[in-house]
Design a protein around this ligand. Structure first.
Ligand code: SF4
Ligand code: SF4
Length: 304
């Protein structure tokens, strides 16, 4: 029986995250998106790992559209500037200085808030758009994601740029425009600003971990962040070795549901390394990711 997410929980936003890189977030996000689409829910998968996005490598959306992501950067008209210092005094980020008799803006420190422009009475400051990255989006082939379809939105930070959260927010706005019943957010690793930008306002948080001491340490950080943000959460244990681990003991102690287990299996690694989908390339793949999709919906319904 096919099940439509809209009929069960309305619009649903699921963030896939982890406290560290390399745990299998991309594997989970891409396969979960396809499982949900095959179960009848139109999906937008947003690759928020803007420093190194790779969801599109596995799903190859066709004829992608691209638009730039820019930020407004203050620029100074030296002929109009009176060197009054109001801009420097206003900028709490230390991004604007007066050096050698000239006002200088440091783009890496600037948060693009526009405050300096507003306080410049002579009108010597204005804003110009500066590119920091791009957002790309396109539809995955029907042969992969029928019947409901998957759109992939990719946030991509330009090399040398630091405004990762800005690019993530732009990618999420594009997902809002597409307005699908289900949005899957593939978050960047860690628990810093970029992860917060990706997870913000999610309905459910799926934390991908591995049964190792490092995995547990970073899982604890991610759980703390998810709880601080008030998002119902569950865990996917990747590279599961089939024995009770410290991760299991932690989840039981904290009352965190284990939503799925993907075993430590050479065939999973081979499918992933070849750019394939585990849901198609492993005999147990359908069961794992259909099960995860049901568990995610159950978690969302519990909190509704
Ligand atoms: S506030 Fe305007 S006029 Fe004053 S120092 Fe800054 S740029 Fe120059
Ligand atoms: S836009 Fe904001 S952060 Fe940037 S230099 Fe002006 S006051 Fe500072």
């Amino acid at each position: 029986m096919t099940v439509n997410a809209r009929s069960i929980v309305g619009r649903l936003t699921v963030a896939i995250a982890s406290g560290k890189g390399g745990t299998g977030k991309t594997l989970v996000a891409t396969n979960l998106a396809v499982a949900a689409a095959r179960a009848g829910s139109p999906v937008t998968l947003v690759d928020c790992d803007a420093d190194a996005p790779n969801d599109a490598l596995f799903l190859a959306p066709a004829e992608p559209q691209v638009r730039e992501v820019t930020v407004p950067l203050p620029v100074v008209d030296a002929d109009t500037c009176t060197l009054c210092g109001a801009c420097r005094a206003t900028c709490v980020y230390g991004a604007i200085r007066i050096l050698g008799g000239a006002v200088m803006v440091f783009p890496e420190l600037c948060h693009n808030c526009g405050a300096c422009v507003k306080v410049c009475r002579p009108g010597a400051l204005s804003e110009e758009p500066v590119r920091v990255g791009e957002v790309e989006w396109g539809r995955v082939a029907a042969s992969i994601a029928s019947p409901a379809g998957v759109d992939v939105v990719t946030g991509r930070l330009d090399i040398g740029e630091v405004k990762t959260p800005t690019v993530i927010r732009a990618a999420r706005r594009q997902a809002d425009v597409l307005h699908k019943p289900l949005t899957v957010l593939d978050s960047p690793p860690g628990v810093a600003c970029a992860a917060v930008a990706a997870m913000r306002d999610a309905d459910v948080l799926v934390l991908v971990t591995e049964p190792t001491p490092f995995g547990l340490h970073d899982l604890e950080l991610a759980v703390d962040l998810g709880r601080e943000m008030g998002i119902p959460l569950g865990v996917v244990v990747n590279r599961d070795i089939g024995a009770t681990s410290e991760v299991d003991a932690y989840c039981e102690r904290e009352g965190i549901p284990v939503l799925a287990r993907i075993p430590f299996d050479r065939r999973v690694a081979e499918v992933y390394a070849s750019g394939g989908l585990v849901i198609d390339g492993h005999p147990d793949g359908v069961g794992w990711f259909d099960g995860l999709w049901h568990a995610v919906r159950d978690l969302a319904e519990e909190d509704a």
